[in-house]
Ligand binder design. Sequence first.
Ligand SMILES: *Cc1c(COP(=O)(O)O)cnc(C)c1O
Length: 434
Amino acid sequence: MNYLSTDNPSLIANFEEAVFKGLPDSKGLFMPVQIPILSSSFFNKLSKLSLAEIGFQVLSPYVGSEINEPTFKDIVAETLSFSIPLKKIHDQIYSLELYHGPTLAFKDVGARFLARIIGHFATLNERKITVLVATSGDTGSAVAHGFYEVPNVDVLILYPKGKVSEFQRKQMTTLGKNIQAIEIDGVFDDCQDLVKKSFLDRKLQDEYNLTSANSINVARFLPQMIYYFWAIAQLKKDYAPTPNLEVNVSVPSGNYGNLTAGLIAKRMGLRINHFIAASNANNSFSKYLETGSYKPQPSISTLSNAMDVGNPSNVRRIDALYDFDSRKMSYDITGASFSDQDCLQTIDQVYEQYNYMLDPHGAIGYKALSMAPKKGINIILETAHPIKFKEVVEAVIPDQVLMPNHIQVNARDENIMSLSNEYSNFKEYLISSR
Ligand SMILES: *Cc1c(COP(=O)(O)O)cnc(C)c1O
């Protein structure tokens, strides 16, 4: 499969190039040149396939012959080595729990896939790759775990000192091996600047094969399609003989990668009737759907902080899918925006009525179901485990949030490199550590 830039269709890259470049040489983002429609025999047997089998069938066209079949099957199976249950909250509302991976958020899926793809090409081309990533918390831990022990890839994660939670920090600093955590004396933007400057430093980039693990990488958002197919597959088991089951999906959104993946899944033939783009106070996309003009906003801090994005990158991909026409988007997507107070009330109410614990992001998704078409089944994407937002959740529910058994970050030693926010210091460190 080839990829083109959303703002310049003559900038073409194959899968490997699109992954390693991350961004095209333009202001756009990479999109597949075409979206294949899957066969009716695939959909007929969907509910009998495993998560890994679905993943392989859905993603194969996007990789084509660039990775051989058995290797690609392994990559997909390793990516999806945790469960993604569809839990019934009540009546016709289900929660797709995307938080059973190593860092307890859906970003594990994209990060694990990207890591294995980069590792595969690094080994094939006998190159050693250095991945640089700046993080304010969650992305760094998902990327760190994704790349852990991937051969031929070293990862340097830059985070602002004292500005990530202890849990997030330990998820980055206790792995060791090919993962080096670096605390920067500064804020997130300083970390981002150091990474950007390194990429502009052509000599450095070429000599050390620097690559980013940015969220707009095609290898991070494409695998997110898989769980939409998986949700429908599981639903079919509950509603086996119902041919015209209508399904709406509510997607708690920040940078709109998850929503974009869902929209592409629909184009591939998956029967999802409608999407709800659920946002917090950062509502530039729902305003766009309402008014037809897109105006990026400065981001506003909220309790669902992974969605605090004022200028979501993937709007460019959604534009490309709908010919820049917000009216066409509205046939498939309804936008909705809710306050922190709505979020807290929803956590409280859903726990009290249905004994189901939502995290602040899933709560925005749940609340947004009030905008869903009245008929059909509703699914919310539960994007993070409530333990990641323990303080917020415990402030409104009467019980404690418990850490899942497979997470034991506290036991191991932390290994942290401390640096100032000066580029020259970072560059020196980078060179001396290669
Ligand atoms: C990143 C994130 C989101 C937003 O997802 P996008 O694909 O960027 O829209 C929502 N919830 C959680 C918990 C996240 O970490």
